[in-house]
Design a protein around this ligand. Structure first.
Ligand code: C2E
Ligand code: CA
Ligand code: CA
Length: 404
């Protein structure tokens, strides 16, 4: 006999009895090898202890209109859970899933805004995962909701990327900060060249658009390492951990486990970013000869903390901050940006010819120094044999280098 279909009344009763809760699945930074967040996944825990997966009740809740109430109620739950995580651990970004229906009205955004105003939600700690179905029909209220969330500081994750018609070019118009590559494609990357090249090109494009890339459904170490070499930044999947009840998740965090890290790949990305930035400067100056209005020139990012290399250096690259190379790199990189500012002022003032070429030479010398420092950092890592098969000891790196 087949099981009776779940009705709205069943779901209402379960909500009333507080039978819905979140399990948490850790996300690992492939750069540092440490836990960098978690995804909250709903579970229905029946009174007899049976754990019902969302696939067995979320579609019903969506079709019978109950989903909005469920989501609003689970927002309160996640606020409580995050409070507990923060009390027992360092704060971690937590993502939760919302359905396309939750964006058809303004209630969800209102509840989140109220939570932020009351100080219950730290917006930077909350991420919302949604699938492309939310954005496909370009409904005005959906656009308004997404932009509002972004302006509140809540990060938006495009879930199930590569499963449907996802097109990064189109997605770039929406305020997403992260794409999550679907497990159906991740499970194929080791066996299929085609799937691997789809993932590779998605990662490259996402990097150029300044989006973070999460791979979901990482089930083996070899898959983890393959994605890491491809430049993926975050992994989630059974190889790291299945979704865990909150108390188990807290214990898991306290164990302080590590997964393979990849500083070398990170350094190579930083070098590529720097080469692209320098090329953009040259392009701007070169274009001077072809335009009459210099205010239309598109200069690359002028502030040293805001270019790609700067974001890396003062973000993940901070793990090098106790080394002698970090300070040298910081100084040469700052000088380089100062020269770009001088170049922009000179162009604005209508200068051409030798003064500009002299500034370009200065910029090139500083750019060479930046590259040299990045290479030194790379040689240093190799020399110290810190790029191991397992994890890299950041603390060890810091102690050795300051002692020099
Ligand atoms: P999703 O957002 O794509 O979540 C990932 C699913 O993959 C989860 O299934 C997770 O348990 C599973 N998973 C994680 N690692 C692996 C792995 O290594 N291999 C494989 N094969 N699977 C893995 P789950 O928890 O059953 O959730 C299914 C879907 O239900 C989610 O897919 C999401 O779309 C939806 N969902 C979950 N929680 C909520 C919620 O609170 N609200 C709404 N609206 N939807 C939810
Ligand atoms: Ca998800
Ligand atoms: Ca997914």
């Amino acid at each position: 006999m087949s099981a009776r279909a779940t009705t709205r009344r069943d779901l209402e009763s379960a909500l009333h009895k507080r039978e819905f809760e979140f399990y948490y699945q850790p996300k690992v930074s492939m750069v540092t090898g440490e836990i960098c967040g978690a995804e909250a996944l709903i579970r229905w825990i029946k009174s007899d202890g049976t754990v019902v997966l969302p696939g067995a009740f979320i579609p019903q809740a969506e079709s019978n209109g109950f989903i909005n109430r469920l989501t609003l109620s689970m927002v309160k739950r996640i606020i409580d859970d995050i409070g507990q995580i923060n009390r027992e651990n360092k704060p971690l970004p937590i993502s939760f899933n919302v359905s396309a229906h939750d964006f058809q009205n303004r209630k969800l955004v209102k509840v989140l805004l109220e939570g932020i105003e009351r100080g219950e939600i730290i917006p930077e700690q909350l991420e919302i995962e949604l699938t492309e179905t939310v954005v496909l029909n370009e409904c005005p209220v959906v656009i308004e909701n997404l932009n509002k969330l972004k302006s509140m500081g809540i990060r938006l994750v495009m879930d199930d990327y590569c499963r449907g018609f996802s097109n990064l070019g189109t997605l770039a118009r929406w305020p997403f900060s992260t794409i999550k590559i679907d497990k159906s494609i991740i499970s194929q990357v080791e066996a299929s060249e085609k799937e691997l090249s789809i993932v590779q090109s998605s990662i490259q494009m996402a990097h150029n658009l300044d989006l973070e890339i999460v791979a979901e459904g990482v089930e083996t170490e070899s898959c983890y390492r393959l994605l890491q070499n491809t430049g993926c930044s975050v992994a989630q999947g059974y190889w790291i951990s299945p979704p865990l009840p909150l108390n188990h998740f807290l214990t898991f965090l306290q164990e302080g486990r590590h997964w393979p890290s990849q500083l070398l790949g990170m350094l190579h990305m930083a070098q590529l970013d720097h080469i692209q930035w320098r090329k953009a400067v040259i392009d701007s100056v070169y274009n001077l000869g072809f335009i009459s209005d210099t205010s239309t020139l598109s200069w690359p990012e002028a502030h040293h903390t805001q270019c790609r290399l700067g974001k890396w250096l003062y973000g993940p690259g901070r793990c090098f901050s106790n080394t002698i190379w970090f300070n040298k790199l910081h100084q040469s990189h700052k000088d380089l940006h100062q020269t770009l500012s001088e170049l922009m002022v000179a162009v604005d003032a209508g200068q051409t010819g030798k003064p500009l070429v002299d500034l370009m030479r200065k910029l090139s010398r500083q750019s060479d120094l930046v590259m040299q420092m990045l290479h030194e950092l790379e040689h240093y890592l190799v020399e110290q044999r810190l790029i191991r098969e397992d994890r890299i000891e950041f603390e060890g790196l810091a102690v050795v280098s300051t002692a020099r």
